[in-house]
Design a protein around this ligand. Structure first.
Ligand code: HEC
Ligand code: HEC
Length: 563
């Protein structure tokens, strides 16, 4: 991944050099425009022609688009998506063709061009084709990367990859205002099986216009029932935002939903709803008993193991493929396997709803030994009975061996859970939060050469909204810290850390560079990529990637350990 990011940047940089050289070497043709350029009316290409097209760049890109190397084709497409001067009508058919390229990265980069094509050809067949390409990418479920690329386009598009600033007074990008896209976003967010909810919530949270869609409140409220703790948190935060800042009708709707949320059993959601509404959390109601898949009536409150840890780390193991087999293949109620281990089959993408997760949670109790959890069949059946490593041996299991010894990360996850590991309220306990508090927060308050710090200018921003310390000793309250943490998350790209606005903006000059970005605050770190700020931010953004090992993450989360 790291290598890929670097090599991609390298190619991009090489392209930049080529193009800048071309621009510099061709001042003649630019400073003395030909007659036809001066009189656009005589041109045959009509209104679709790109008035800002730069012929040097365009002809270079033409060659690169035909390269046999997918990386080069992808970079050329990325270039076109970002640079207005490269967005030439001649490329349109090549871009549509690239949507069917064998290489996934090329296809994704072709997709990112649909934004400017839609803008330019809005209302024509080409525009319609761009729109339906984006819709298709969102609707399909087999290619997650394409879905993410389409969402990015909606969030930051309109101007072909140019950052969309919600503070600005200009109109919404076409995509956000398109009714069919809106209703698609609403239905995706409302869908309990959707795995894109985290990204959808982030998108809506950054767009006042999407927030003011009448159907959005219901969709956000539906996400309060997601089985993922952080989705529930983000959803309640967004409802609070709509309640506090939305148009009056929606405020009332959001208020009702927050009152409903107060009654849920999720303390994390309740706490936020109660703060926003200024009413106390109602006393817990006796929870209805759930019927487990083996027919026992169980109340969630009677189970001594942590539900959030279960949904985040244990339940995914039941759908995980070990070679060809997964627990769900043999252990659903329909599969008639003997014994008491029963779990529900998951939805598409291995996703469970909150309701299904609750049922699975109370059902696995049947194979847990409450008196001596480490002797549970849930733990020992998948473990190799003949292992020589460690002190724990598995039990014979007709389903076969899944964990080779007690040091297998998946065994450790289940063992940790049975020993009482908890997944606490995010984001305070999130792995990268500790690092943020220690190394990132100070970046926002450190003044640059002109005496200004990020917080001096960004306290009024909607996107990177940073709060300053209230007290004189310069300490932020936990709420402020969380605000800054969440705010910073809006401008990071975890898949490509160095592409994140949080590092690109402060290293960009006020007036910008051709094809590049500008930052109204100017260059904040004179050493740019060599600065400690840049390095710390890149480390922080890459953290969720680095901490891929689930046990590592699980443990760090369970212990709330800091880096
Ligand atoms: C290919 C089918 C198959 C797969 C896959 C499979 N099992 Fe099993 N499992 C069985 C069969 C058959 C039994 C009953 C016979 C036995 O106990 O070995 C069983 C029994 C069990 C039992 C004991 C139930 C009882 O009440 O005695 C547990 C616990 C269990 N499996 C856990 C798992 C876990 C966890 C996984 C995934 C990591 C898994 N199994 C994957 C077939 C499978
Ligand atoms: C002197 C004022 C000033 C300072 C200091 C400043 N910025 Fe900005 N920044 C702006 C303005 C104005 C914009 C909006 C226009 C633009 O995008 O360039 C902006 C935009 C941004 C954006 C895009 C998202 C948004 O909120 O609009 C990011 C990310 C960003 N700045 C990061 C930073 C970081 C990180 C620092 C500190 C290292 C910083 N800025 C310091 C003025 C400033």
């Amino acid at each position: 991944m790291r290598f890929w990011v670097q090599s991609r940047n390298f190619i991009f940089l090489a392209l930049l050099v080529v193009c800048v050289a071309l621009v510099l070497s061709g001042p003649k043709s630019r400073s003395t425009p030909s007659k036809s350029e001066l009189t656009p009316g005589t041109r045959s290409s009509g209104p679709a022609a790109n008035p800002t097209a730069d012929h040097g760049i365009v002809s270079t890109l033409e060659v690169l688009l035909r390269s046999p190397q997918p990386d080069v084709r992808a970079s050329a497409l990325e270039w076109i998506a970002r640079d207005k001067r490269a967005q030439n009508p001649e490329f349109v058919s090549q871009i549509f063709a690239a949507l069917k390229d064998k290489d996934g990265n090329v296809r994704d980069k072709a997709l990112t061009n649909m934004g400017w094509i839609l803008d330019r050809y809005h209302g024509s067949t080409t525009g319609d084709q761009a729109l339906s390409t984006i819709q298709k990418a969102l609707k399909q479920t087999s290619d997650h990367a394409a879905q993410l690329a389409a969402l990015d386009l909606i969030g930051g598009s309109g101007q072909g990859g140019v950052y969309y600033n919600a503070d600005a007074t200009h109109e919404d990008p076409l995509l956000i205002s398109d009714p069919s896209i809106r209703s698609l976003l609403v239905s995706m967010l409302a869908n309990p099986q959707s795995s894109l909810r985290p990204q959808l919530l982030r998108l809506v949270s950054g767009s006042p216009s999407l927030q003011s869609d009448p159907a959005m409140v219901g969709a956000v409220a539906a996400a309060l029932n997601d089985d993922d703790l952080s989705v529930r948190s983000d959803a309640v935060d967004l409802l609070v935002k709509i309640y506090q800042q939305g148009p009056p009708i929606l405020r009332a709707q959001a208020k009702n939903r927050l009152h409903v949320a107060l009654e849920t059993g999720d303390p994390n959601v309740q706490l936020r709803a109660s703060r926003a509404l200024g009413v106390p959390i109602p006393p817990p109601r006796p929870q209805p008993r759930l019927v487990s898949l083996t027919g026992e009536k169980v109340s969630m409150a009677d189970v001594p193991f942590d539900f959030n840890f279960f949904t985040a780390f244990v339940q995914p193991l039941f759908v995980k493929r070990y070679g060809n087999a997964a627990c769900v293949d043999c252990h659903t109620p329909e599969s008639n396997t003997s014994g008491k281990f029963r779990i529900l089959a998951a939805g598409p993408g291995g996703h469970y709803t909150l309701e299904q997760s609750r049922i699975n949670f109370v059902s696995v109790l049947a194979v847990i030994n409450r008196k001596d959890p480490m002797k549970s069949k849930l733990l020992l059946k998948p473990l190799d009975p003949t292992t020589r490593e460690g002190t724990i041996r598995g039990l014979n299991h007709d389903g076969g061996v899944f964990w080779e010894n007690q040091y297998s990360p998946d065994f450790e996850i289940v063992a940790d859970w049975l020993k009482g590991a908890k997944l606490q309220t995010p984001p305070e306990k999130q792995l990268d939060f500790a690092y943020f508090e220690k190394h990132i927060e100070s970046i926002f308050s450190t003044p640059g050469p002109d005496g200004f710090a990020c917080i001096n200018c960004h306290s009024t921003h909607a996107i990177l909204h940073l709060e300053s310390p209230e007290t004189r000793n310069g300490k932020l309250s936990i709420e402020q810290l969380i605000n800054n943490y969440q705010s910073a998350h809006r401008v990071v790209d975890e898949a490509a850390p160095s592409d994140s606005y949080i590092v690109r903006k402060p290293t960009s000059p006020r007036e910008g560079v051709p094809g590049g970005l500008s930052h109204a605050g100017g260059v904040r770190w004179p050493d740019k990529k060599e600065s400690w700020q840049y390095k710390a931010l890149i480390t922080w953004i890459g953290m969720p990637n680095l901490a891929k090992s689930p046990t590592q993450t699980a443990k760090a989360r369970a212990e709330g350990s800091s880096y």
